[in-house]
Design a protein around this ligand. Structure first.
Ligand code: F6P
Length: 549
């Protein structure tokens, strides 16, 4: 499906109407917006499953939201959404369907790609994963020496690492605490070394996760892991079968690596890497939390899929979140978006979202191949609160940039932490305080009233008017995690649709890979690299001399 014939975004009357509205909006302050509408805090909220979203602290009025929704309709968001769910090939540059939503759809449904209902094979793999995960968890999957597997090391990168690694951290209290789970991604050998140095190879199983099974980092690490294993187990090649399984779309390459394809868990080209952790890519996570919890997580995803598909625009959370980002990028020149989870368990959440958002929408060519004249995906960044408060929040409060932020928090501390309840209230007080301070700031009059010397007043004034979305849920459960991820997936979808870019390819990562392959022999053997620029050539020479070559 192409966007052929679509008016360019900045030429659309709906875009121009927003532009005019922005001029009229000027510097309208959130203090004013709240004073004008006492019901604002209540009206600008939405509930989706277990999630409660408050978007009242955004620089918007009813009119802004109406105009943004009109833009979404004119840009064809609904049409593209329906095409995605229907299995149409909306990833135009790779001619692929985009069907991660099928991965969490109940088996009874029908989802077709090229006339084939994919639901039976999705559930067949899920069942196979469940059988394997249970075997490992119950100690029935034994290694080469007969010892049960206790350590799982996932080797993958990008979408084959970030999802399971993030979710493992997020759901730690639900994981098998008597087993060890590690995630290796970096081609820097230190990553694998640190992951295995204290492990017994006889009790260790590697999950090699790679959609293509050609990614250099993953294959290099998998080969190094195989060498480590064979070293530790006396060198018998047959040991590999008991200690390596694969997750991939590429059976041929898996077999070539020496992994028995009976121990391969399949997924398909219509699952993008960054949308894949609810596919077999989540195998290590499933071993950690068990098939039942994994199923609850999938149900959480599905709940938000259905909401996105069916909820009216005014209550459609991913649509609203996406459009707010379009508003700030397009009309406030916002360059970045902070995601600030007030949960230690979400320590990898923003890193995960960086790939989801920036690999999807970091594009400057529209779906017809023309350069865009508007802002596309923001820089996504952030770390868990409250740590950031003692570091970069200074810039959020008093810097010169508009940085919309999401503040995420949970009412209940995880069960294991029950006795630290008071501490949890303190954490959440910080979340609410930050949202309040960012929105309403502190006026010069308020600062003066505290007796602050006049020369310090400008330094101690907080302008406020800094937009945030607050997302709350009762508890961070597997289902809630699924709901959160689906919420962000669809938010990214909405933005890509409005910006008229292909959110599902990632050509921008290719050049660096090709150049690295070309440069490597120059480092190892001093080979001539044709076309190397002067700066890089000098760096290569300096590196070689530093290594005594
Ligand atoms: O280089 C980018 C990328 O292709 C991502 O899109 C993907 O998630 C990652 O590499 C890993 O790819 P694979 O799963 O094929 O190893």
């Amino acid at each position: 499906m192409t966007a052929e014939g679509r008016t360019r975004l900045d030429q659309m009357p709906e875009w121009q109407a927003l532009s005019k509205h922005r001029e009229e909006f000027g510097g309208t302050h959130l203090r004013q917006l709240f004073a004008d509408d006492p019901a604002r805090a209540e009206r600008y909220t939405v509930r989706v499953g277990d999630l409660y979203l408050d978007y009242s602290k955004h620089l918007v009025t009813d009119e802004t939201l109406r105009l943004l929704q009109q833009l979404a309709e004119a840009a064809g968001v609904t049409r593209l959404r329906d095409a995605m769910f229907a299995g149409e090939k909306i990833n135009i540059t790779e001619d692929r369907a985009v069907l991660h939503t099928a991965l969490r759809t109940p088996e009874s449904a029908t989802v077709e790609v090229d006339g084939e209902n994919v639901m039976p094979k999705v559930h067949k793999v899920l069942t196979k994963m469940g059988v394997f995960a249970t075997k490992v968890r119950e100690g029935h999957w034994t290694g080469h020496t007969g010892k049960p597997i206790r350590n799982i090391v996932n080797i993958g990168i990008g979408g084959s690492d970030l999802g399971p690694a993030m979710a493992y951290e997020a759901l730690r209290p639900y994981t098998r605490r008597d087993m060890v789970f590690r995630f290796v991604s970096n081609v820097d050998g230190a990553d694998l070394h640190e992951a295995v140095r204290d492990l017994d190879p006889a009790e260790t199983l590697f999950v090699v996760a790679s959609k293509t099974f050609t990614t250099i980092e993953t294959i290099t690490n998998a080969k190094a892991a195989r060498a480590w294993l064979l070293d530790g187990l006396g060198g018998e090649q047959s040991a590999v079968a008991r200690h390596f399984v694969a997750v991939s779309t590429n059976a041929e390459k898996v077999a070539e690596f020496g992994i028995n394809t009976d121990n391969m868990f399949e997924f398909w080209d219509w699952v993008g890497g960054r949308y894949s952790y609810d596919s077999a890519i989540g195998l290590s996570l499933m071993v950690a939390i068990g098939p039942e919890r994994f199923g609850e997580m999938l149900a959480g995803f599905h709940l938000v899929d259905e909401h996105f598909r069916c909820a009216p625009p005014q209550e459609n959370a991913p649509l609203l979140m996406g459009l707010l980002g379009v508003w700030y990028g397009g009309f406030f020149d916002a360059q970045s978006h902070a995601v600030l989870p007030y949960s230690h368990y979400l320590s990898r959440f923003t890193a995960y979202l960086q790939q989801l958002d920036m690999e999807s929408n970091g594009k400057s060519t529209d779906r017809e191949g023309r350069p865009v004249n508007w802002q596309t995906g923001p820089v996504v960044w952030g770390t868990p609160g409250t740590n950031g408060q003692h570091a970069y929040y200074q810039l959020l409060h008093q810097g010169t940039k508009t940085i919309p932020a999401d503040l995420l928090g949970f009412a209940e501390p995880l069960a294991e932490l029950g006795e630290l309840r008071g501490q949890h209230d303190l954490l959440m007080a910080n979340l609410f305080a930050q949202g309040q301070a960012l929105a309403f700031g502190k006026t010069a009059e308020e600062v003066r009233a505290e007796g602050v010397p006049e020369e310090q007043v400008p330094h101690r004034t907080f302008p406020g008017n800094r937009p945030t979305t607050t997302i709350l849920a009762e508890e961070l459960t597997p289902s809630v995690l699924g709901q959160l991820i689906a919420l962000y997936e669809h938010k990214v979808f909405v933005q890509g649709a409005v910006w008229d870019i292909d959110s599902f390819d990632q050509w921008g990562v290719e050049l660096g890979k090709v150049l690295a392959k070309r440069i490597e022999p120059a480092l190892t053997e001093g080979a001539e690299v044709p076309g190397l620029d002067a700066s890089t050539a000098a760096l290569v020479a300096t590196y070689r001399s530093m290594r005594g070559r």
